[in-house]
Design a protein around this ligand. Structure first.
Ligand SMILES: *Cc1c(COP(=O)(O)O)cnc(C)c1O
Length: 463
C-alpha cells in the first residue's frame, strides 16, 4: 500500500486550528449560523465512494466553522467551561495521533505511567491523601457515577451484602443524603446505577446553597447512608462546610463523597484552601480537568480514599486480557470504560505547563476577575445575588423579564456569551470565570456589553 499523506489533512487541521485560536480574541463568541444553515452545510447523503482526506477536512472546516461556539474564548462565561492551555491542547492532539488504548499497561505503557504521575501531582495540588486512587473519566457526571458505584458497593459490603453478585435486588436500603443545592448529575448517576432517586434525602441549604450541618445531623439519624457534599455550587460557587460535614459522617459511619467538579481546584490556591478545610477527610471526590484546569474535553477525575474498594468496584478480568502483574497501572481497574482514550496526556501536560504556582495563580486570578465583575456591575446598578467567594457571579438586571431579555440580547450580540438560571426564585445571569486566558480587558469589555444590553432590554420586547 502507498504510504498515506498525513501532512495534507493534518496540515489543513493545524493551519485552521492556529488561525481559529489566534482569532479568538476578535471573533464573536456566539456561532453565526442558524440550524437550517448548518443542516444544509453539514447534511446530505453519505457519499457512495471515498473522498480525499484533505478534502473531507477542508469541507468540514468550511461547513462547521460558522456553527462553532467560541467557548475557549477569554470572554466566554457560560455554564462552567474552561478553555485549553496550549500544552494541554497539543498533548490532546498527540493523544489522537498516538491513539493508545488506555485500558491496560501492556497496550500503552507511557499512557499508564503518565496517569500515575499526573495522579500524584493532582493529589498533592488538591491536598488529598497521597495514597488515594484516581480514575480518568469523561467528566464530572461519570466521576460522580463512578464514586457512587464504589460507595454503594462498599457500604453494602460492610453490611455483608454482595452487590457484584446480587446487585441491588433486595439489598438493605442505602440513603443518599444530599444538599438541596446539589448538581443534577448526582440524581442522574443514581438513576443509572439502579438506585433510583427515591433514595435521595435532600437536606436544607443556606442562602448561598451550602448544606446546613444541623440538617445533615438529623438526616444521618436514619441509618446507613452515603453523603454527597459539594465544593462549588454551580450557581453561586459556594462550598459546603466540609469540616463539620466530615465530623458528622465520621461519627455516623457514613460514606462521604465530595462533588467538586470545579470547586475542588480552589484547594490548589493557598489563599483559597481554607474554604475547603476538611475536604481531605472524605471517602471519595469527583472533579473535572476540563473545567478549571483548562484541559480539552472530555476529562474528569474520580478519586477514592480506598484504592482496594475502587479497584474491586471497577475492575474487570478476562482470559484474553493481559493484566499487569508487577504493580503497573491498568486503567480499566479505575474507570467504568473498557477501551478508552489516553486522557492522562492532556492532564499531565496542563499541570506541567502551569506548575504548582501557575495552577494556584489561575484559581486566584479567576476569583479576582469574578470579584471585578461584581464590583463593576454593581457600580453600574446591577444586583449581585451571591457572595462572590469563588469564580461564579449571579447578576440580576431589574425584573425577571428584564434580566431574561438582557441575557438573550447579550447572547446574540457576540462580545461575550453567558447563560442564565433561577436562584432563590429570581431570574439571574450566571458568570463563570474559568478560562486561563481571561484578563481584565475581557471583563471590562463584557461589563460594557452587559450594560448596553441591559438598557436595550428595559421596556422593549427584547429584539
Ligand atoms: C459541571 C458539574 C458537574 C458535571 O460535570 P460534567 O463534566 O459536565 O460531567 C457535576 N457537578 C458539579 C458541581 C458541576 O459543576
Amino acid at each position: 500500500m502507498e504510504r498515506p499523506d498525513w501532512k495534507g489533512p493534518l496540515g489543513a487541521a493545524f493551519d485552521h486550528a492556529t488561525t481559529y485560536l489566534g482569532g479568538l480574541p476578535d471573533r464573536p463568541v456566539r456561532p453565526s449560523a442558524s440550524l437550517e444553515e448548518l443542516r444544509a452545510a453539514l447534511g446530505g447523503p453519505l457519499p457512495a465512494g471515498p473522498l480525499p482526506p484533505e478534502r473531507v477536512v477542508a469541507e468540514l472546516i468550511a461547513a462547521a466553522e460558522p456553527g462553532i461556539m467560541a467557548s475557549s474564548s477569554g470572554r466566554f462565561f457560560g455554564f462552567v467551561v474552561g478553555g485549553a492551555t496550549p500544552a494541554a491542547l497539543a498533548a490532546d492532539w498527540l493523544t489522537s495521533a498516538w491513539d493508545q488504548n488506555a485500558g491496560l499497561y501492556v497496550l500503552g505503557p507511557a499512557a499508564s505511567v503518565v496517569e500515575e504521575t499526573a495522579a500524584t501531582w493532582l493529589l498533592d495540588v488538591l491536598g488529598l491523601p497521597a495514597r488515594a486512587s484516581v480514575g480518568y473519566v469523561t467528566g464530572g457526571q461519570m466521576a460522580n457515577f463512578t464514586a457512587l458505584a464504589i460507595a454503594v458497593r462498599e457500604v453494602l459490603r460492610r453490611d455483608g451484602w454482595d452487590v457484584d453478585a446480587d446487585g441491588l435486588w433486595g439489598a438493605p436500603r442505602v440513603r443518599v443524603i444530599v444538599g438541596q443545592g446539589r448538581h443534577g448529575t448526582i440524581d442522574r448517576a443514581l438513576r443509572h446505577l439502579g438506585m433510583g432517586t427515591n433514595c435521595v434525602v435532600p437536606v436544607a441549604m443556606d442562602a448561598q446553597g451550602r448544606m446546613v450541618p444541623e440538617a445533615l445531623a438529623e438526616a444521618l439519624e436514619g441509618g446507613r447512608a452515603i453523603v454527597c457534599a459539594q465544593a462549588g455550587n454551580v450557581n453561586t460557587g459556594a462550598i459546603d462546610p466540609l469540616g463539620a460535614i466530615a465530623d458528622l459522617c465520621a461519627a455516623a459511619g457514613a460514606w462521604l463523597h465530595v462533588d467538586g467538579a470545579f470547586g475542588l481546584w480552589a484547594a490548589a490556591s493557598p489563599r483559597m484552601r481554607p474554604l475547603l478545610a476538611g475536604v481531605e477527610r472524605a471517602d471519595s471526590w469527583s472533579t473535572d480537568a476540563h473545567k478549571w484546569l483548562n484541559v480539552p474535553y472530555d476529562s474528569g477525575l474520580v478519586i477514592c480514599a480506598h484504592p482496594a474498594a475502587h479497584r474491586a468496584a471497577m475492575g474487570v478480568r478476562a482470559s484474553y486480557l493481559q493484566h499487569a502483574e508487577g504493580g503497573e497501572r491498568d486503567q480499566v481497574d479505575y474507570n467504568p470504560e473498557h477501551s478508552r482514550r489516553a486522557r492522562g496526556f492532556a492532564v499531565y501536560a496542563a499541570m506541567r505547563q502551569l506548575g504548582r504556582d501557575g495552577i494556584a495563580a489561575l484559581v486566584d486570578r479567576s476569583c479576582e476577575l469574578a470579584r471585578r465583575f461584581a464590583r463593576r456591575l454593581s457600580a453600574g446598578g446591577a444586583e449581585i445575588l451571591n457572595e462572590v467567594v469563588l469564580n461564579q457571579v449571579l447578576v440580576r438586571l431589574g425584573s425577571d423579564d428584564e434580566t431574561r431579555r438582557a441575557l438573550l440580547a447579550l447572547q446574540g450580540e457576540g462580545t461575550t456569551w453567558m447563560s442564565g438560571t433561577t436562584w432563590n426564585g429570581s431570574a439571574a445571569i450566571r458568570i463563570s470565570v474559568s478560562n486561563w486566558s481571561t484578563d481584565e480587558d475581557d471583563v471590562d469589555r463584557t461589563v460594557a456589553a452587559i450594560e448596553a444590553c441591559r438598557s436595550r432590554g428595559v421596556g422593549n420586547d427584547g429584539g
